[in-house]
Design a protein around this ligand. Structure first.
Ligand SMILES: Cc1ncc(C[n+]2csc(CCOP(=O)(O)OP(=O)(O)O)c2C)c(N)n1
Ligand code: SF4
Ligand SMILES: [Mg+2]
Length: 286
């Protein structure tokens, strides 16, 4: 048995000071992540936090672990490559609504159907924060922003609905104003054997105003106690409720992971050996 001291939350804090605006919801997300990691006792050298580009995507720099602030919309492909090459590493991908649902949105159905064993946390502030307040896929209809001076005409995307439709095996929703609840969800998501997605409502106080905390609080409700998290149709009903944001686990259903399927494939390929290779090649020979 190891006599190493248990890791505490501040063992996961890097020596970089966050440069987010005072009051930004992302501070609470990183705070919840430190607490969750301490509960999980994941050694920093066995952890990688991967992001795209955006205010929220600065988060890996603030975590004492391997990390990469990649390019806009590409956290998921980089995390996929890393998890596939190093399945022993705990991989957490993070980013914003623009990064994940706009430029990177095409990766979501594919990472979902592969069911890679990793966690994806989206800090959804419903705006492009880093580039100074342009509309994003989740900007509410009618909102006035830097790029919609007279009100935004589009209907916002529904990230929980998309996650369910894409077949993600673990789908949860949280709020930066609830560090305790978010910590619990990150622990559950990282322990989940498959792809886990957490949509975190994380206010941008600079481009959407401080009242976002209040507005989210008014709509937030815990997932109803009688909700069956294995029932996808019931989960869609929660995602589709225009008046409430349900916080907690909305859906979970186990499936084999990409890593398990790859291991199986490797066994078959190795057993087939050169004979298998030759017969595969001969199929294409003319
Ligand atoms: C290929 C590419 N296109 C556009 C940009 C400019 N850009 C950087 S961050 C960003 C949007 C960030 O929004 P979001 O992902 O919601 O993160 P937030 O800053 O709101 O946390 C954009 C458009 C870029 N860096 N690269
Ligand atoms: S601009 Fe918005 S999202 Fe970016 S750090 Fe400031 S409050 Fe946070
Ligand atoms: Mg954003």
């Amino acid at each position: 048995m190891s006599d190493a001291k248990p890791l505490r939350w501040n063992d996961y804090r890097s020596d970089l000071a966050p440069v987010w605006c005072p009051g930004c919801g992302d501070y609470s997300v990183v705070a919840a992540m430190y607490r969750a990691l301490a509960e999980l006792q994941i050694p920093p050298h066995e952890l990688a936090v991967i992001s795209g580009i955006g205010c929220s995507s600065r988060l890996p720099g603030y975590v004492n672990a391997f990390g990469m602030n990649t390019i806009h919309g590409r956290a998921i492909p980089v995390a996929t490559g890393l998890k596939t090459a190093r399945p022993d590493t705990t991989v957490i991908a993070v980013g914003g609504d623009g990064d994940g649902f706009s430029i990177g949105g095409g990766h979501l159905p594919h990472v979902a159907r592969r069911n890679l064993d990793m966690t994806y946390i989206v800090m959804d502030n419903r705006i492009y924060g880093l580039t100074k307040g342009q509309t994003s896929p989740t900007t509410p209809q009618g909102e006035r922003t830097a790029t919609s001076l007279y009100g935004w005409p589009e209907t916002p995307a529904n990230p929980i609905g998309l996650a369910l439709a894409y077949g993600m095996s673990f789908v949860a929703q949280s709020f930066a104003g609830d560090i305790k609840g978010l910590t619990k969800l990150i622990v559950q998501a990282v322990r989940w054997p498959g792809f886990s997605f957490i949509e975190v409502h994380s206010p941008c106080v600079t481009y959407r105003g401080h009242d976002q905390y209040q507005l989210i609080r008014e709509r937030a409700r815990p997932v109803p106690e009688d909700h069956d998290t294995g029932d996808r149709a019931g989960a869609f009903r929660l995602a589709d409720d225009p008046d409430h944001l349900y916080l907690g686990v909305i859906f979970q259903r186990e499936n084999s992971t990409f890593g398990e399927r790859m291991d199986e494939l490797r066994v078959h390929a190795q057993a087939a050996g050169r004979v298998g290779f030759d017969s595969a090649v001969s199929r294409f020979a003319v």
